[in-house]
Design a protein around this ligand. Sequence first.
Ligand code: 5GP
Ligand code: ZN
Length: 114
Amino acid sequence: MSDCLFCRIVRKEIPASVVYEDDDLLVFNDINPQAPLHALVIPKRHIATLNDLSPQDDAVVGQMVRRAAAVAGEKGYAARGFRTVFNTNAEAGQTVFHIHLHVLAGRGLTWPPG
Ligand code: 5GP
Ligand code: ZN
């Protein structure tokens, strides 16, 4: 998906504050942070929404979830707590159609979300 914003970040065509990178994943800080830690964990391979996942994606989604916990832990939030969120489609507020796992921590996070 050449015109996808997050694919362009993966290709380094758009700068981002990268927290972690490996062959399958990229983690970078959200440009509009909603908490002291607000990172986005994405697969390098384009997947538009959770509705588009297939069994072949199970491994990378598992990597995403474990990496989210690792990033929170590295920042000191494992015990205090952190929130992980996937937004899917309009009513959930998805604005970038390349799946991303939000990792938020560092303040009291209310529930239910808005
Ligand atoms: P969504 O609303 O789709 O769940 O989340 C998209 C997130 O991407 C938002 O939190 C937004 O602030 C972030 N975002 C949008 N454009 C950029 C960008 O160019 N760079 C970075 N680092 N984050 C972005
Ligand atoms: Zn993409």
